[in-house]
Design a protein around this ligand. Structure first.
Ligand code: PBG
Length: 322
């Protein structure tokens, strides 16, 4: 009799036949750094995640490298009164994200791939991912100019990889040209290729002290559309994306699988703030086993075809694997 259960009987047997496993090198830690604080500030909706001080970020980067992670993705949280309509802290060479990039590069050198979020929502007073026109709509092409300027200061500050995440049309090509013309031809782009307007970004708003009212549905993808992600993939590849990403993670595993099957470049999945918060909250109530739930979600990304996973559990999980 055929008995698939034969291969499930012991932990050693299951380990031997596992089709997918998560390796520390698959993992990238997203990290927030807040201007003007001397101690890390907890993020209530993301238990265990903080807005780092410059010092605590450096320590977190060292721990990430020691745990064997591949990279760290930095998000800057400027002082509230520095935000404005065009996101000036994003292009200030001494803006918090640029300062943090220099700090982390000074600390870890090339031991981690140091990445930065290339978007305006952390630095604008209206919280949108771009600059607004007279009607209050995000102006695609005016935003591209801002992204190009941001890309240059982030590259100059030492980022190895930039993550254009605003879902503006043409953003990858525009940023690529600006980098190349300025001599930053070796800085890579991790394109947020299929990025969906999602309820699961909720805790991120607290993480970056976002001032957003309304939502991002007019520029991020709409949940019902899977095929459209392949069109975004084609465009990002044509524009020069070095790696592509699907975001959020768990609600879009089908999209991840489609992109993984079609992409000739490495594919990342971003397990976002609300996915993290959901598991942490349920675990806190004793409703799910935290460690098993974390492992199961990360394994799901590998099974769906991800090469890389951005997760707030990256360092903890990698340490567990050691
Ligand atoms: C854009 C950006 C966002 C996230 C990563 N980059 C927010 C958004 O697009 O609304 C969300 C990450 C998360 O929720 O964990 N700067």
């Amino acid at each position: 009799m055929v008995r698939p259960r034969r291969l499930r009987g012991t932990a050693a047997m299951r380990r031997m036949v596992a089709e997918n496993r998560v390796h520390p090198a698959d993992l990238i830690l997203p990290a927030f750094v807040r201007e003007g604080v001397s101690e890390p500030v907890p993020i209530a909706s993301m238990p265990g995640v903080v807005q780092h001080s410059r010092d605590s970020l450096r320590k977190a980067a060292v721990e990430a490298a020691e745990a064997g992670l591949s990279g760290i993705m930095l998000f800057g949280v400027p002082e509230e009164d520095k935000k404005d309509a065009v996101g000036t802290p994003g292009t200030d060479p001494d803006g918090i994200l640029q300062v943090a990039l220099r700090d982390v590069r000074a600390e870890v050198g090339d031991a981690l791939v140091v990445m930065s979020d290339l978007c305006l929502d952390e630095v604008t007073d209206h919280g949108h991912c771009g600059v607004l026109d007279a009607e209050g709509t995000v102006d695609n092409d005016a935003t591209l100019e801002r992204y190009a300027e941001m890309a240059l200061v982030q590259a100059s500050a030492g980022a190895h990889v930039l993550g254009p995440s605003g879902m503006m049309d043409g953003q990858v090509g525009h940023v690529r040209r600006a980098l190349d013309e300025a001599g930053h031809q070796d800085v890579a782009l991790l394109a947020y290729t299929a990025k969906y307007a999602s309820a699961f970004y909720g805790p991120f708003r607290e993480a970056v002290n976002s001032s957003l009212t309304g939502d991002r549905r007019a520029y991020q993808q709409d949940a019902p559309n899977g095929r459209e992600a392949l069109r975004e993939l084609e465009l990002d590849l044509a524009e020069g994306a070095d790696m592509v990403m699907v975001k959020p993670g768990l609600p879009y595993l089908d999209v991840l699988r489609q992109i993984a099957d079609a992409s000739p470049v490495p594919v990342a999945a971003y397990q976002i703030s609300g996915e993290y918060a959901m598991v942490e909250a349920a675990a806190e109530r004793g409703w799910v086993d935290r460690e098993r739930a974390v492992e199961e979600t990360l394994t799901a990304f590998k099974r769906a075809g991800a090469d890389l996973i951005l997760t707030y559990w990256a360092t903890e999980f990698a340490a567990r694997l050691r």
